[in-house]
Structure formats: structure tokens, C-alpha cells
Design a protein around this ligand. Structure first.
Ligand SMILES: Cc1cc2nc3c(=O)[nH]c(=O)nc-3n(C[C@H](O)[C@H](O)[C@H](O)COP(=O)(O)O)c2cc1C
Length: 322
């Protein structure tokens, strides 16, 4: 049984948080169109001495969704989620948790570390905590530490993808866990959303297709490259962040590197602190999952979600005839 907050979505989809790309415009559009929208807390970066931008973003999202709900009581907005990078290099974590707790963020998504106190803060303000994992061992640890649900990040996902097939990952988790399970990795059509459910997941977790939307905070060239590329153009490398991730090969070539001959880097080089020379050096290396063959146009997020919903309904009707 899904927690009430994840029930009654227009389609069973959570839009994943994306570094730089996801901000309030995209989140508001996603929620208004009926799916959970999300952003990484670290995307809200104020200049030194200014008040926390995260605070302003949370206020704006709550107010705009509230206005939408008052004007559209028959199709209320879906709830939103905030992603916390639970890594020792994230010096803002405590502050961001305090802000999210005070604003009663309804869905907390944690990555790169499961911590009891983050889950406790989510529960204390009435929220739920979903933790992203790449294998069954991390999945068990996350639930032991108090997460309510899991995001299984399978092979082919954008960002820090896992190495495992979604079939293997979902099957191993469903062997012992009957709570909320989201599946991530190259899901880009309504049919694939239904496939995730058939496999045993409750909801699909979708990122890369939302890069090619009007509301995404991405350069026009990045959006275009998503539309012009397909699975063959995605390369896996640890060079850019210290952990294995998926990237668009044309952006690596444009930066003067050979995508077929990238050195590897070790996990100790992961750094989620403010900026840094390395972060700047790699800012033109663009992340993406393998599902983007299905993405051909830059659209308003609402239109992308309308298409997903229509495809999902069609796929369901087709499957009912099997
Ligand atoms: C450009 C980009 C940035 C990402 N940044 C984050 C992030 O900051 N935090 C996080 O938890 N996941 C991040 N992800 C991973 C997503 O949460 C999710 O697992 C992934 O987008 C799903 O695969 P898909 O892109 O193939 O749909 C990122 C993904 C992309 C493509």
C-alpha cells in the first residue's frame, strides 16, 4: 500500500531531481501537471551574505501550488520533493534539513548516504523519506536506517547510474520489501512507466526527458543535444565526479576529450561543496540517461507529461487485451 501522499497522482511518476537542471519553474510545472516534481536542495545557491535561496524557493513552490489548487479543485497539484545529498562534502546539509523541516517538505529524497537523523527530520514534519540505491545491500541498509521507500537506480539512468539490470534489482528488492519502490533508469515513455509497474515497482522515476523542456535550467545546446542523441551516445565514466555516471558523448567531445578513452577517478574526489575549479571545468559535460531516444522535441513540461499520460493509458488498454 502506497503512503497517501503518493496515491492519486495523474500517472505513477516522480520527476527526479537533477543537479543544476531542476529548479522551481520545472517543479511547479511538473506538480501542476499531476506528477511529483523535485529538485536538489543544493541547486538553490545564494551569493555570500544573502538569505538562503532554498527558503525563497520553498515559499514560492508552496504558494504557487496552493494558488493552483484553489483555482483547480478538480485537478489539484501533485506534491513536491526535495533531494538532500547526504555526503560528507555537503557542508550545507544540516542547514538545509532545518529549512526543509520548517517548511514541512512532504517528500524527502536522499542520495549518496542513508542517515537516521535525516529520515527522522522528514518524519517529524509529517513527510516521507525515499532513499536512492543501486543494489540490494544498500537497499536493506536504507530501510534499516528508517527510509520509508526506495528508489532503485538501475543501469542506463542519468547521473550516478547503477550497474544492474532493472529486472535483477527490482526482483531482489521485492523479495523482502513490500513498501514504496520507485524504479529509475532510461524510462522515457508511458509504456515504460507501465513496464516498471509490471516488473514490481510502484512508480517510475524520470529525469533526462525533462532536461528537454522549456522550464529546465539547462543551456539550449544541452536541451538540443538530448533531442538529437540516443542510447548509443551515452558513455559511462567516473572521471567527472568520482563515481560512475552517464554522460552525452558529444558534450565530452566538445570539451576536447575522447569519450572512448576517459581516465577513471576514485570516489575520494567526490565534492559537493560550493563550486570548485573542477566543477567549473566540467560544467559543459552534460549528464543524461539512455532513454532519450524517445525525446525528439523541446516541449513545455506539461506537454511532455500529457504525452506520457496518453501513452500510459494506451499501453494499459493494449495490455488488457493480451
Ligand atoms: C543531469 C542530471 C543530474 C542529476 N542530478 C542528481 C542529483 O543532484 N541528485 C540525485 O539524487 N539524482 C540526480 N540525478 C539522477 C536522477 O535522480 C535519476 O536517477 C535519473 O535521472 C533517472 O534516470 P533517467 O535520467 O534515465 O530518467 C541526475 C540525473 C541527471 C540526468
Amino acid at each position: 500500500m502506497l503512503p497517501p501522499i503518493l496515491q492519486n497522482l495523474r500517472i505513477p511518476v516522480v520527476a527526479s531531481p537533477m543537479f543544476i537542471v531542476s529548479g522551481p519553474e520545472l517543479v511547479i510545472a511538473q506538480c501542476k501537471a499531476g506528477i511529483v516534481g523535485s529538485f536538489p536542495a543544493l541547486n538553490a545557491r545564494e551569493k555570500d551574505g544573502e538569505p538562503p535561496l532554498l527558503e525563497a524557493w520553498l515559499t514560492r513552490i508552496a504558494e504557487e501550488l496552493d494558488r493552483h489548487n484553489q483555482a483547480n479543485p478538480d485537478r489539484p497539484a501533485a506534491p513536491f520533493a526535495v533531494n538532500q545529498i547526504v555526503h560528507r562534502s555537503n557542508a550545507r546539509l544540516e542547514r538545509d534539513i532545518e529549512i526543509c523541516h520548517r517548511h514541512k517538505v512532504p517528500i524527502w529524497i536522499t542520495s549518496l548516504g542513508a542517515r537516521v537523523e535525516v529520515n527522522a527530520a522528514a518524519h517529524d514534519c509529517g513527510g516521507i523519506a525515499l532513499h536512492d540505491i543501486i543494489d540490494n545491500r544498500f537497499a536493506k541498509k536504507a530501510i534499516e536506517k528508517g527510509a520509508d521507500g526506495l528508489i532503485a537506480v538501475a543501469a542506463g539512468a542519468g547521473g550516478h547510474a547503477g550497474p544492474q539490470s532493472p529486472f535483477a534489482l527490482v526482483q531482489e528488492i521485492r523479495d523482502w520489501f513490500d513498501g514504496p519502490l520507485l524504479l529509475s533508469g532510461a524510462i522515457a515513455t508511458g509504456r515504460a512507466v507501465l513496464a516498471a509497474q509490471v516488473m514490481g515497482a510502484d512508480l517510475a522515476y524520470i529525469g533526462s526527458p525533462f532536461i528537454a523542456t522549456d522550464e529546465a535550467n539547462a543551456q539550449p545546446e544541452y536541451k538540443r543535444m538530448i533531442c538529437d542523441s540516443s542510447a548509443m551516445d551515452i558513455v559511462t565514466s567516473s572521471l567527472f565526479t568520482g563515481v560512475s555516471g552517464n554522460y552525452l558523448a558529444p558534450s565530452i567531445r566538445a570539451a576536447g576529450l575522447d569519450p572512448d578513452a576517459l581516465a577513471s577517478a576514485d570516489a575520494s574526489s567526490m565534492n559537493f561543496g560550493a563550486g570548485g575549479a573542477k566543477a567549473k571545468a566540467w560544467s559543459q559535460i552534460w549528464g543524461s540517461g539512455q532513454g532519450i531516444g524517445a525525446v525528439r522535441e523541446i516541449l513545455p513540461a506539461a506537454e511532455r507529461i500529457d504525452r506520457l499520460a496518453a501513452e500510459y493509458d494506451r499501453a494499459k488498454a493494449e495490455m488488457a487485451r493480451l
